[in-house]
Ligand binder design. Structure first.
Ligand SMILES: Cc1cc2nc3c(=O)[nH]c(=O)nc-3n(C[C@H](O)[C@H](O)[C@H](O)COP(=O)(O)O)c2cc1C
Length: 183
């Protein structure tokens, strides 16, 4: 039996992560926000998109700098991920609050988060207003990933071991992917 889901929750059927930590801003003014609404949108050039609410401090930082870094947290960072999404960088330095380390970017000016397992340095190409969010479409300038979690021969996530990808189900619910299927 199918049950109607309120439209306000329709997105939860489509997007369950993986959750990323987006860093925005420069120097001491670098902020962190968790983002579940992220997706690749082009292979060549390699473009990705993140939907950021207009009210968030990070929105202002990304719009001003024209760049951001996507950091991919392992599942051991669950509490940090949720914590970073429970406060604003307008009043809290989230790097200090959660004991995180800034990592110099290779191609941009936006630091990454050393404790994360993967990083994509992004330069904004288009800002598309979408309701109460802006879709920032950005070119990936540099990407790196921990060799422990990525299979460089098959070029896919290993989906095993201690560090799994985190997926946000909504509210305070998260899950991880634990099975790798190969056809
Ligand atoms: C797991 C998770 C996923 C989130 N995904 C998004 C998202 O895709 N887009 C967005 O604008 N906010 C998202 N948020 C909300 C922001 O991360 C949150 O409001 C954050 O505190 C804003 O921080 P800022 O004001 O310092 O930018 C998410 C929060 C959590 C916990």
């Amino acid at each position: 039996m199918k049950r109607e889901l309120p439209l306000a929750r329709a997105n939860r059927l489509l997007n369950t992560g993986c959750v990323v930590l987006v860093t925005a801003g420069t120097g001491d003014n670098t902020n962190i926000l968790p983002v579940a609404w992220q997706t690749p949108v082009s292979h060549a050039p390699m473009l990705v998109a993140v939907a950021i609410a207009k009210a968030h401090y990070s929105h202002e930082l990304i719009a001003d700098a024209g760049e951001f870094t996507i950091n991919i947290p392992g599942s051991s960072m669950l509490e940090t991920v949720h914590g970073c999404g429970s406060m604003t960088g307008r009043t809290t330095d989230k790097f200090k609050k959660f004991g995180l380390t800034k990592m110099d970017a290779v191609k941009t000016n936006t630091s990454g988060i050393e404790e994360c397992i993967g990083h994509l340095e992004c330069v904004v190409e288009q800002q598309v207003p979408v309701g109460d969010h802006t879709l920032f479409i950005a070119r990936v300038e540099h990407a790196s990933i921990d060799e422990e979690v990525f299979d460089f021969t098959r070029e896919v996530w290993k989906i095993m071991g201690d560090e799994l990808l985190l997926h946000h189900l909504g509210g305070t619910y998260y899950t991880t992917s634990t099975t790798l299927f190969k056809l």
